[in-house]
Design a protein around this ligand. Structure first.
Ligand code: MN
Length: 280
């Protein structure tokens, strides 16, 4: 099932180029008093929401996908986890490019571990508001996992049971010497979309083609089989540091081909079994 958040926080069921407005399914969410529990309420109750979507979608109003504003499918993650240098070919290009490495010795995820991006996600319709345009601002397209079931110290063999859905992430980055959590957590630099695809439609997350064009130019094209830390390892390793909550996002890392974007560019992202996402 493909579920989107669109327009003024409506819930949509995506069917090819049509969106069925299934916002009424949100009525199954339990009421919340302050303080809200950690995690995204929609994702925490995804099974119940899905059942209600299936019950009501036949009578739902349809609108053209092209006519809706797509927001991040996850509204309230407690964290967005980043995976630095998690593709070998991206390690090689980073080591060779002073515009990326700034004279520093580039290591891989084995030595860096993870980092946190801003949990304030934007969707494709929001776009990225570039900051510090005198510096290099790069796209990093990344297949992203959405945690469904909370857990700490999750075993590798249980890891996929904790993933509810997948989406495309953009780990937008200002290049420089500052900490990643500064350069990659700028407002609007954490993009998720175009919708979530439930894990049952994805099957093996470690064999997904994905790509990004900027304008007409192909910049990055790879497959998640090239990850250094694969999906299960990211969940296992990440949860050894952090309790993962429903709605938490793991951006799994970017392959070779990172490069700068300029104001006015449009980034055209694609991932197998997920779809296309255009981000201005
Ligand atoms: Mn990245």
């Amino acid at each position: 099932m493909k579920l989107c958040r669109f327009d003024d926080d409506r819930l949509g069921l995506v069917e090819d180029d049509v969106v069925a407005d299934v916002s009424a399914a949100l009525d199954v969410l339990p009421p919340v008093r302050w303080p809200a529990p950690h995690g995204d309420r929609l994702i925490a109750n995804l099974d119940a929401v899905r059942a209600e979507v299936e019950r009501i979608e036949g009578a739902a109003k349809r609108v053209a996908l092209a006519d809706v504003k797509l927001l991040s499918p996850v509204a309230n993650p407690t964290k967005v986890i980043g995976a630095p240098v998690n593709y070998q070919a991206h390690h090689e290009e980073s080591a060779a490019d002073t515009g990326v490495n700034f004279g520093q010795d580039i290591k891989t995820i084995d030595e860096y571990g993870l980092f946190l991006k801003s949990p304030v996600l934007v969707g494709p319709s929001d776009g990225v508001a570039l900051h510090f345009t005198d510096r290099r601002n790069d796209h990093e397209v990344e297949v992203s996992a959405i945690i469904g079931k909370a857990g700490k110290d999750i075993a590798r063999e249980d890891a996929l049971d904790h993933i509810a859905a997948y989406a495309i992430g953009l780990d937008m980055t200002v290049r420089g010497t500052e900490e990643r959590s500064l350069r990659k957590a700028i407002d609007s630099y954490s993009v998720l979309g175009p919708w979530l695809v439930t894990a049952d439609e994805i099957g093996d997350p470690d064999n997904l083609d994905f790509s990004i064009h900027v304008g007409d130019e192909l910049r990055q094209k790879s497959n998640t089989s090239m990850l250094i830390f694969d999906m299960r390892r990211l969940v296992e390793y990440g949860s050894s540091f952090y309790t993962l909550y429903p709605g938490d996002v793991i951006m799994t890392g970017t392959p070779e081909g990172v490069g700068p974007v300029q104001p006015g560019d449009v980034m055209h992202c694609w991932a197998e079994k997920i779809g296309r996402m255009d981000v201005p």
